[in-house]
Write a protein that binds this ligand. Sequence first.
Ligand code: DQA
Length: 156
Amino acid sequence: MTRNEGTEKLVLLLSGPNLDLLGTREPEVYGTDTLADHVERARVAAEKRGYGLEHVQSNHEGDLIEAIHGARGRCAAIVINAAAFTHYAWGIHDALAAYDGPVIELHISNPYTREAWRHETVVAPVATGSVCGFKGLGYEIAVDGVIRLLEEGAGE
Ligand code: DQA
């Protein structure tokens, strides 16, 4: 896979609802790292490979949709933890479907070991790959992985 036409060496990281509460929100599930801690690790991972990182967090679906629109033709890849929107927000699905580059679905926990309603994902059908269950390591794994896909290809 090569970088989508005309884009910058820039990864857009998107964070959905309630992720702004990380650090104090259900620490037994999500740990005690704040969103700023996760984003910083993602930024370091991107910079190690010569990429920049842009981050948008919102509790509103429309804000995330507009951020996805703004990435078209500009950002080389999207990493998205859509949080609860993952499970029902078809507007995000459609926005991602209209985006040209690789999309990585990210979760801190492993939704498949949790309640049944978390097993449904509207992001996965339009994602290149998924990273879930790696807790605090997930952000850097997802960012590093998607840049390697862009720069080195998938190894076939
Ligand atoms: C989450 C998992 C979702 O099911 C949940 O609604 C979240 C966080 C995660 O990172 O593990 O808010 O996306």
